[in-house]
Design a protein around this ligand. Structure first.
Ligand code: ADP
Ligand code: MG
Length: 322
């Protein structure tokens, strides 16, 4: 786009301290990086499109946070430590009033996680962002989706359901007069990628995934790849007081927790012999974790409330029966 170079120079170049493993950053034809020895590189790409993943008039600072946090969350789900990110930005016009808060927020989160922007692309078109993140994970230790075994315990980090309530409010602003709507709307955009928790789980968890489509759908990916089933006690789901007040009903809050997407919490499984180590291992990561159920043989899936089976019709539920 016209003025592209000025924009890139002004907003994207020299905004962070150089990581030692970045030999050449944005400004040349390619970035040059040097990974440490004995690590594997975890790489993930995600796109956010205005109108699909965020509203065109959404707060640019929140959009930046959501874009980077959702990508870093993929690294966290593998137990990887964030290192480098590239950003392909498409926007209709060079819009500095949008770019300034976007970049301030982007670099503040990037600095927090020690991830460096090493390059990207800037083009004209409908607003969208594509990020590629790269991180380090000890060789052969990455947390994958295919390692869950029958008898393993199922855990989640943080609280579940808030993001869906936030999305309800974004799509239907009349809900803004309900309790805690401000907090919940913000929570939809400003999730916390569970990087420290992911790293702490490297030696303990048998599988992990981050919750982007909803607990039920994402757990289904673990079950399918690991060829197992699951039993979930919905009374154990971690639900915030804000969500409970907002929806006004425990059962509805539990259903939000099961289906809420874009939470960017981790769902992971832990063998019985590692269960006792989870709390102390995660104490340093300042992350609450909750055991919500157990892995069962393939073909068995149940939602129950302290032993009483439930027959809730939730989107994604059918994945388990396949
Ligand atoms: P090329 O034509 O070789 O693709 P560009 O003009 O697209 O080069 O980019 C020039 C330099 O600026 C490159 O090093 C690229 O990585 C960097 N860059 C472009 N857009 C961005 C962006 N949005 N964020 C970070 N770096 C960017
Ligand atoms: Mg280019």
């Amino acid at each position: 786009m016209s003025g592209e170079f000025n924009l890139i120079e002004k907003y994207f170049v020299n905004r962070q301290q150089l990581r030692k493993d970045v030999l050449l950053s944005a400004g040349d034809d390619c970035a040059i990086v040097r990974p440490p020895q004995n690590v594997s590189i975890a790489i993930s790409t995600d796109t956010l499109v205005a109108g699909t993943h965020f509203l065109v008039d959404a707060n640019p600072a929140w959009v930046a946070h959501k874009a980077l946090a959702s990508n870093i969350s993929d690294l966290a789900a593998m137990g990887a430590t964030p290192a480098w990110v590239s950003l392909a930005l498409t926007m209709p016009e060079p819009d500095e009033a949008w770019l300034k808060p976007f970049c301030d927020s982007f670099f503040s989160l990037a600095d927090y996680f020690g991830i460096q922007l090493i390059g990207g692309d800037t083009t004209k078109g409908p607003l969208s962002l594509t990020l590629t993140v790269q991180g380090f994970v000890p060789e052969d230790k990455a947390l994958r989706r295919d390692g869950a075994k029958v008898g393993d315990w199922i855990y989640v980090t943080g609280m579940l359901g808030d993001s869906k309530a936030g999305l309800d409010i974004i799509l239907n602003p009349t809900l803004k007069n309900k309790p805690y709507s401000d907090v919940l709307e913000e929570r939809h955009y400003l999730s916390t990628p569970r990087v420290l928790a992911g790293c702490a789980l490297l030696e303990l968890a048998s599988s992990a995934i981050d919750i982007s489509d909803g607990l039920i759908s994402d757990l289904a990916h673990i079950l399918k790849r690991s060829q197992v089933g699951a039993s979930i006690d919905v009374s154990l789901l971690p639900i915030s007081n804000e969500l409970l007040q907002f929806v006004g009903d425990v059962e509805l809050a539990q259903q939000y927790a099961l289906t809420s997407g874009e939470e960017y919490e981790l769902c992971f499984t832990v063998p019985e012999h590692n269960k006792g180590s989870i709390d102390s291992a995660l104490a340093h990561s300042n992350t609450k974790v909750t055991c919500i159920g157990q892995i069962r043989p393939q073909g068995h899936f149940e939602l129950h409330q302290r032993g009483t089976l439930l027959d809730w019709d939730l989107s994604g539920y059918d994945h388990f029966k396949a």
